[in-house]
Write a protein that binds this ligand. Structure first.
Ligand code: MRU
Length: 350
């Protein structure tokens, strides 16, 4: 199914009664195609191959995926339904390891549904919890946007990396939510986006999404950030997150750490924007965050062509960890968290 709509007209992810509908992000920007996920295999595959991606969006997809799984497996009695929930949490929850939102969401749905006393009730509770996660994410994005707008008042030239916008959440995004909030308030804003090799979420997705929303955006290669900062093209950097440890260390798309180091050298503030569902307060530091390794072919090829000699070995972490010491503040739905993060994060969860 292919439609000529914009992202504002079709949500990134939606529940369609008996299946999930997502924008297939692997096809953007050339094609806006909506695909249906009506089996657990298609849900796991869509998450793994980044047809749906971004920490909150994969959480939402996983949550709805539990309902898809219950519909597909049709447990006959309550003990089979409970067993089914456990299996689905394992299978869907491990589709990608770094973004904690996925595990958080499937476990939250399991916790809400397990108390049902019939398979139908389990399914109804699972769906209502998944829909609550969507509503909560939308609301968190709004609040992050507003908190970020106040924090970045007077700042026009903003750099971001990867995609932490509409395509990555159930709402208008986290890092890009701040941009949208500024634009909605009539503030001038210009976004510098790094292309985000190897899968080009910056150029394929963020540039597309911001253009679609009528926001000024300039694309640059990943290695241009330091010179863009030196040339005065960037007043602040803002990125999303996949997992934030209790000390503020933040895993996000690979390349984020270089931008944070360069921002520090240039004396430019470096912000992380994320909902509380992205925090993993069971972790003391970012050293404990599992970093996903992607297939080498994602680096040795680009858009279907070989870009390295046959047999080249490649190191392919999908994320890196920015130490808390390089982060100016973390913008959340409960306010702007500042160093020392161990204290501000603990207070945010109290
Ligand atoms: O591999 P991806 O595209 O899922 O990585 C996405 C990111 O790193 C985002 O910055 C992060 O998930 C935050 S999305 C609000």
């Amino acid at each position: 199914m292919s439609r000529s709509e914009s992202n504002e007209q079709h949500p990134t992810i939606a529940w369609a009664g008996d299946r999930i509908e997502i924008i297939d992000q692997t096809l953007l920007p050339e094609e806006l195609s909506i695909i249906e996920l009506s089996t657990v295999d298609t849900v796991v595959d869509a998450i793994y191959r980044l047809a749906v991606r971004g920490a909150p969006a994969i959480g939402v997809c996983g949550a709805l995926g539990i309902v898809v799984g219950l519909d597909e497996r049709r447990p006959r009695d309550i003990s089979a339904a409970r067993q089914c929930l456990d299996d689905l949490v394992d299978v869907i929850g491990s589709a990608r390891p770094t973004a904690v939102n996925l595990r958080w969401a499937v476990e939250r749905v399991r916790g809400a549904a397990i108390v049902g006393s019939t398979p139908d009730e389990v399914r109804a509770l699972a769906l209502s919890e998944a829909l609550a996660i969507i509503a909560q994410d939308e609301d968190s994005c709004r609040r992050i946007g507003e908190a970020g707008r106040a924090e970045l008042a007077g700042i026009t030239k903003i750099m971001t990396h990867c995609n932490a916008g509409r395509l990555a959440t159930a709402g208008w995004g986290t890092a890009l939510g701040v941009i949208y909030a500024k634009a909605a308030a009539g503030e001038r804003v210009h976004v510098m986006v790094s292309e985000t090799r190897p899968l080009l979420q910056g150029s394929r997705l963020t540039a597309w999404e911001l253009q679609d929303a009528g926001i000024d955006v300039t694309l640059m290669s990943d290695g241009s950030d330091a010179s863009a900062m030196a040339a005065g093209r960037v007043e602040a950097v803002i990125v999303g997150a996949d997992r934030i440890a209790s000390n503020g260390d933040t895993a996000n798309k690979v390349g984020t750490l270089s931008h944070a180091v360069n921002a520090r050298y240039a004396g430019i503030p470096f912000y992380v924007a994320a909902p509380l569902s992205t925090f993993d307060i069971s972790l003391v530091s970012g050293d404990e965050i599992e970093i996903e390794l992607r297939p080498e072919s994602e680096l040795t090829t680009c858009l279907g062509r070989s870009v390295a000699p046959h047999g080249t070995s490649a190191w392919t972490p999908a994320f890196d960890v920015t130490p808390a010491g390089l982060i100016t503040a973390i913008i959340t739905e409960v306010g702007v968290l500042r160093p020392p993060f161990t204290t501000s994060i603990r207070q945010a969860f109290e």
